[in-house]
Design a protein around this ligand. Structure first.
Ligand SMILES: [Mg+2]
Length: 214
């Protein structure tokens, strides 16, 4: 059985990593705490090289925007951590015969850097990143590419595990996958597509999938 996983705030604590990196980065430039807040707000939902053209202006930095992006990629890869129990859970699911893929929106450089730095990359059969395939969740094309990269097919069914109601849950449901929502303390309120499973964390969602195979 195929299980596709979202990356940010599902398997890894992107918000925690961003909080730490923004503080470290702005301190390194002698900027005040308000600057860290501005960086966090700008990069909260996603980060792209263009964001650093904006931040360079807003923060009055002389650095080249491309260098700032590189600094972000390296710094975030160092800062982000997996949620506790995630590597062990993924390894146990795979040992049961599940095929595991990452299906993530984002720039390829930063997503790959985070997957390698956290050691997650080696736990998956394939990694599919929106920038690399030219389609984004919730588009079916992204889920299709992720299934094919794993040597599977959406027609054979499978699961999507993620934290975003629109891109992960509604998108995967429309692509014919069953869905497990990582609630992280939130109540489900978004849209008519109630997920098949509501879990507190990715580790809890993995436990549900493991029981399906038992
Ligand atoms: Mg996410």
């Amino acid at each position: 059985m195929l299980a596709l996983f979202d990356l940010d705030n599902t398997l890894i604590d992107r918000q925690g990593g961003l909080h730490a990196w923004a503080g470290e980065f702005t301190r390194s430039r002698g900027l005040p705490e308000e600057a860290a807040a501005l960086v966090r707000t700008r990069l909260r939902s996603r980060a792209h090289p263009d964001d650093f053209r904006y931040l360079r202006e807003e923060l009055g930095l002389s650095d080249d925007a491309t260098d700032l992006w590189r600094e972000y990629v390296e710094g975030m890869a160092r800062s982000v951590q997996c949620f506790p129990g995630v590597p062990e859970g993924l390894a146990s699911l795979r040992a049961m015969g599940w095929t595991l893929g990452v299906a993530t929106n984002g720039a390829a450089a930063i997503q790959r850097a985070k997957l390698h730095a956290t050691g997650l990359a080696s736990l998956f059969d394939a990694v599919t990143i929106s920038e690399a395939v030219g389609a984004r969740k919730p588009e079916r094309a992204l889920f299709d590419a992720a299934a094919v990269a794993c040597g599977a097919s959406l027609a054979a069914g499978g699961w999507m595990i993620g934290d975003n109601p629109a891109t992960d849950m509604a998108g995967a449901s429309a692509a014919g996958l069953r869905t497990a929502w990582v609630a992280d303390g939130r109540e489900w309120t978004d849209g008519p597509h109630q997920p098949n499973v509501v879990a507190a964390s990715a580790v809890e969602a993995i436990e549900v999938l493991r029981k399906l195979t038992n």
